[in-house]
Design a protein around this ligand. Structure first.
Ligand code: NI
Length: 396
């Protein structure tokens, strides 16, 4: 049976609304890039100190803090990422970035603020917590180095499950998407080098043209998506860089390509480098050239655990009512939250921050990205409510 809480988390989130907004605006004004979140880290520690919550440093600029309940139970981790992007802010808001060329254009400023707000709520209700809530403030999500570093430093040692929030620009404020199953795609990188034989542009018969071989590789690789993969099984294969040649009358000796793949199916993901290599090598050979593939498995898909998703959707209902849960298609973006989920079950919630009337309608990583700050109160409540609901579900 679920315990009746003596406090109303939703009400407390409202009470701390201004606190969370001011924190978010502070972080927004001082955006720091991946692995350089020094002032951000300091600010988080200051706030935890004010609350009387002990913390340890981890993963470089990361911070871990435990809020221990008065009753024994499981340990649930709540994660917020900390880094900003090298994007020039193009908004004219009063709390615009003060660091030239850097911006919290992905909304990680809001994640930290919401988690600190939730910490305030949870810290004040330790006597009603069955177990432990671990706060994880993680650096360097944008380059996918932060989560592995935090895990190496023990962030999820002894943790039973983990929960994260990402503010989401395509979801209206007041709605949350917390469906089970794949939510974000695996994100892998690849590098292709083509070797031909250079020479004079007027004498192709004496050369092996790396431009032609590279172009054919670009085209043939797309057949992996269109001809070899089930249409129901999404796959993206994008080549973002193609360099070859030096000038107009020289046949190129070498070609270089770099790209990324996105998918949700782990089996398909595993097969990709094998299939790609077959196409790359054979295409090059058809032109008398050679080619090599370097494939880097950078991050797996973010897959929400079914039970965690169920608990989370019930938490959303408590905060936003029946209509709070929003159906939203999984996205082909990646998240280094996947590294935690490879080890323990958990869920990632997309909390809507879109509001056209307030000009909060630009995509993440855009210089005009902005959030409806009403979303902060919702995310704060959700972090806290989820932790309580999870721990109550698995009460010892
Ligand atoms: Ni992000």
């Amino acid at each position: 049976m679920e315990a009746i809480l003596k406090v109303d988390i939703k009400e407390l989130a409202r009470e701390y609304r201004d606190y969370v907004i001011s924190l978010r605006r502070h972080f927004h004004q001082y955006p720091e890039l991946s692995l350089e979140e020094f002032e951000t880290s300091k600010k988080i520690k200051e706030e935890l100190e004010k609350m009387g919550i002990e913390y340890v440093s981890a993963g470089g600029t990361g911070v871990i803090a435990d809020i221990k309940g008065s009753k024994p139970g499981k340990t649930i981790a709540l994660r917020a990422d900390m880094d900003a992007l090298p994007v020039e802010e193009l908004t004219e808001c009063a709390f615009k970035s003060k660091i030239d060329g850097n911006m919290h254009a992905c909304g990680h400023d809001s994640h930290m603020a919401m988690l600190l707000g939730a910490a305030k709520i949870l810290n004040g209700m330790r006597d009603q917590i069955n177990g432990t809530v671990r706060l994880i403030f993680q650096p360097a999500e944008e380059n996918a180095k932060g989560a592995p570093a935090m895990i190496r430093d023990g962030a999820i040692d002894g943790v039973d499950s983990i929960f994260a929030i990402h503010i989401w620009a395509q979801i209206p404020v007041g709605k949350v998407s917390l469906e089970a199953g794949p939510r974000m795609a695996s994100t892998d990188w690849f590098y292709i080098d083509v070797k031909g034989k250079g020479g004079h542009g007027s004498q192709p018969e004496n050369c092996i043209d790396a431009v032609v071989a590279s172009s054919a590789i670009v085209m043939n690789l797309q057949t992996l998506v269109s001809r070899e993969t089930r249409p129901h099984n999404p796959l993206v294969l994008s080549i973002g860089l193609l360099h070859s040649g030096t000038r107009l009358n020289v046949i190129a000796e070498e070609g270089r390509m770099e790209g990324t793949t996105r998918c949700f199916d782990p089996e398909l993901r595993k097969q990709l480098p094998i299939k790609m290599e077959r196409i790359i090598k054979n295409t090059a050979e058809a032109f008398g050239a050679t080619a090599t593939l370097e494939y880097d498995f950078a991050g797996s898909a973010v897959v929400n655990d079914e039970r965690c998703s169920e608990i989370g959707q019930a938490s959303v209902e408590k905060i936003l009512g029946k209509d709070g849960n929003y159906q939203f298609e999984k996205v082909t973006g990646g998240e280094d939250f996947c590294f935690y989920l490879e080890q323990i079950p958990g869920a990632l919630a997309f909390v809507g921050c879109k509001n056209d009337e307030k000009q909060c309608c630009y995509a993440h990583h855009n210089g005009r990205f902005a959030i409806d700050e009403d979303s902060l109160e919702i995310g704060t409540a959700l972090y806290a409510q989820y932790a309580i609901d999870f721990l109550n579900k698995y009460e010892k």
